[in-house]
Design a binder for this molecule. Structure first.
Ligand code: SF4
Ligand code: ZN
Length: 315
């Protein structure tokens, strides 16, 4: 039996490879929150945070529930408010289960929550958009439509809620996959905009923060189990159609042969981000149709909406 490297008494439940530590349940719970706190503190998120509102984008999956738990725990120490926001994309066999998980955890943590329907705002669900993609009627994969629409609504609604920060549950695996995807696409601007904090580059953009940026997906899973943040471990059926899926497989294979590889690469990428941050180009304007921040005259969400509604009308 391996004993915990911190207390030296209890049985270890997890190995933290890049720190050479084995941790028991109790010490891991503490380690998890402290690691997220250290990550946010280093990024200056808590300076003058008292009385401010942190809206946590919560899908009801393990990562976002962990982010909600961490922020609620830290809110007592730093004096800020926490609310949860869920975007219901309309993905059957998936989202209805995670909505139930969010409601249960939010009630347990005593956190107010808001649920926003994509169908109500955009006139279609992601299931309907996916059907059009598989029929060859639109060129955007389900994850592309979902990502654009979700980012749009999270920013708009959290701003309307009065958020100073929008917190997301992206873990180290997610953020590393995104960085590699941006490298493959040659999107240097998106690459250097990532990291623990994504600053607001337009008055209508809410700064985004990622407390789990240095926490492995596996650590997130174990934390959600030992803190009893009950969620169904279902995966969205559209995930395998994305580039992210293949990159995830590749990074997992590399981690299996070289333990701690993902963490070391993430640190290197963040170091590059800092060095190249002076090359950031702030080119946001406002969408001519909806008034939301956009890099082009018409934002991607409106472009997708117009196209999908046209196809649906002609069907
Ligand atoms: Fe949306 Fe793709 Fe995630 Fe499914 S896997 S929830 S479609 S981004
Ligand atoms: Zn728009």
């Amino acid at each position: 039996m391996t004993l915990c490297s911190i207390c030296g008494k209890e049985k270890a439940v997890i190995k933290i490879p890049y720190e050479g530590k084995y941790l028991c349940k109790k010490c891991f719970k503490k380690y998890f929150v402290e690691k997220a706190e250290k990550t946010l503190k280093k990024a200056n998120v808590f300076s003058n945070s008292s009385g401010k509102l942190f809206v946590v984008a919560t899908s009801g999956g393990k990562d976002s529930l962990n982010a909600l738990y961490v922020m609620k725990t830290l809110s007592k120490k730093y004096g800020f408010d926490v609310e949860a926001l869920l975007i219901n994309e309309g993905i059957s066999g998936y989202r209805e289960f995670t909505i139930k998980a969010l409601i249960k955890v939010a009630n347990r943590l005593n956190v107010p929550y808001r649920i926003v329907d994509v169908k109500k705002h955009f006139g279609f669900t992601i299931d309907e958009a996916a059907k059009l993609f598989f029929e060859g009627k639109i060129e955007w994969k389900p994850c592309t439509v979902c990502g654009v629409i979700r980012r749009y609504l999270l920013n708009k609604v959290s701003r309307e809620m009065g958020a100073s920060y929008l917190v997301t549950g992206h873990n180290l695996d997610d953020d590393l996959q995104t960085a590699v995807m941006n490298l493959i696409r040659g999107d240097f601007q998106a690459l250097i905009r990532g990291g623990v904090v994504v600053k607001a580059e337009h008055p209508k953009l809410v700064p985004r923060v990622r407390p789990l940026h240095y926490i492995y997906e596996k650590e997130s899973l174990i934390h959600s189990i030992i803190t009893e943040l009950e969620t169904p471990y279902v995966e969205c059926s559209y995930a395998p159609y994305s580039l992210r899926w293949n990159i995830r497989e590749l990074l997992n294979k590399l981690e299996a042969v070289e333990s701690g590889f993902k963490y070391r690469l993430m640190v290197k990428i963040d170091d590059l981000r800092e060095r190249f941050s002076k090359y950031k180009v702030q080119k946001f304007t406002e969408c001519r149709l909806c008034g939301e921040p956009s890099a082009k005259e018409i934002c991607k969400a409106c472009e997708i909406k117009l196209r999908i509604m046209k196809v649906l009308e002609n069907a």
